[in-house]
Design a protein around this ligand. Structure first.
Ligand code: ATP
Length: 374
């Protein structure tokens, strides 16, 4: 409810966003910036965020079903074993499968090679209302392509600017672009590759080419650094995620996605019909028994909403009582304002619910009277 959820001491977007001076040499790949808990706290927090993310995704989907144009694109990059697959599966498991579109990009096919490298990317962009997830992306065209000299430098060099323009166009058309790079340490990658060799159930994930890629580690690091320095824009930032602790990278990505979607102010679409009129009409086609059951549901919802409001009110009071430390006063005032806003929204919802309950009581009474008469 406050601006910072339990476990996070700061918004991970502020801590993990790459800037033009970004240096991979100084980056701690086993770090857990901004998170004060342990793995088990992350699991509990992850479940809580999952519920919120799921509702936000449903709102985005509903918006896309009306005349909304917005979508979200999560680009996921990282070297072998960094956990791209795990992160994409994790994010996808938190939301309704019909609301997510996953695309994995391997080596381009013959047909794809006939087009500009962005052609296959444009074809895979999320439609309005969807969360798109790219497991690898157009960035391979300045990573593997650069490291392995698949095209000359004068071909890949202009791509950084071209990618920035392409993403600007995307953002201007309503897609929020979030780019996540999972950075695993050289040692941790060695351990994970060895595990893939050791375990028969993991061998399928190993590809002898992974060793060739590992041998080019310094070149890949330089190529990644160039990507962060040149394509982390104001409109499509890179979040560089320490990936030696898989639980941290998953939690951080889920949090960044959730915070971003909170800021989208996703409401529920307003229908062009009136629920009270429709309720009157539907009631004429329902038995008294079914109407009573529906009234009981509304009564339960009202009771729950009143209890929830009391909880928020208690939290508001606790914040006031704690106000001793002066340096915390501004932060507390912000939390109080956020809670007050939540309470105001809840009050409006509660007023409508009570109105609905009264209408249903009237409808049950009318149905009973009809039954008695005839
Ligand atoms: P992963 O390694 O992501 O788990 P995988 O082993 O199943 O995937 P694919 O998805 O078929 O393999 O392909 C991944 C490979 O494709 C990577 O080695 C990547 O560098 C390469 N690749 C992706 N895009 C391009 C591109 N534009 N040009 C050349 N190679 C590319």
């Amino acid at each position: 409810m406050g601006s910072k959820p339990t476990g996070w001491t700061a918004d991970p977007r502020d801590l993990l966003r790459a800037g033009p001076e970004f240096s991979l040499d100084e980056f701690d790949r086993a770090g857990k910036p901004g998170f004060r808990g342990k793995k088990k706290d992350a699991a509990a927090l992850g479940r809580e965020r999952g519920k919120l993310l799921s509702e936000l995704q449903e709102r985005l989907f509903a918006e896309g079903r009306t005349d909304g144009q917005r979508s979200v694109l999560c680009v996921v990059q990282g070297l072998d074993t960094a956990g791209k697959g795990g992160v994409t599966r994790h994010v996808m498991s938190m939301v309704d499968p019909q609301g997510v579109a996953l695309h994995s990009f391997g080596p381009p096919t013959e047909q794809e090679l006939k087009h500009n490298y962005l052609w296959r990317i444009r074809n895979a962009l999320p439609r309005p209302g969807l969360i798109g997830v790219f497991d690898r992306s157009h960035y391979e065209d300045v990573l593997v392509v650069r490291v392995k000299n698949l095209v000359p430098e004068d071909v890949w060099e202009p791509r950084y600017d071209e990618i920035n323009r392409f993403e600007k166009e995307l953002v201007d058309s309503g897609t929020i672009v979030l780019k996540f790079a999972l950075m695993v340490s050289h040692d941790e990658q060695g351990i994970r590759l060895m595990e893939r060799l050791d375990r028969p159930d993991k061998r399928w994930k190993f590809n002898p080419n992974d060793l060739e890629t590992r041998a080019q580690w310094p070149d890949y690091q330089a190529a990644y650094e160039a990507v962060f320095q040149r394509t982390s824009t104001e409109w499509a930032p890179w979040y560089v995620i320490p990936a030696d602790h898989k639980w941290y990278s998953r939690l951080a990505i889920a949090e960044i996605l959730t915070q971003t979607m909170i800021e989208m102010n996703l409401g529920w679409p307003e229908p062009d019909w009136d629920a009270f009129d429709m309720r009157d009409k539907l009631a004429e086609m329902m038995s008294t028994k079914a109407l009573r059951a529906s009234l009981a549901d509304t009564t339960d919802t009202v009771t729950g909403a009143v209890a929830e409001d009391a909880k928020v009110q208690r939290e508001q009071i606790e914040i006031s009582v704690d106000d001793k430390d002066e340096s915390q006063v501004a932060a507390r005032a912000e939390e109080r304002a956020a809670l007050a806003e939540v309470r105001a929204q809840r009050a409006a919802q509660l007023a409508e619910l009570i109105h609905t309950k009264q209408q249903k009581q009237r409808l049950v009474a009318e149905a009973k009277a009809r039954e008695t008469l005839g």
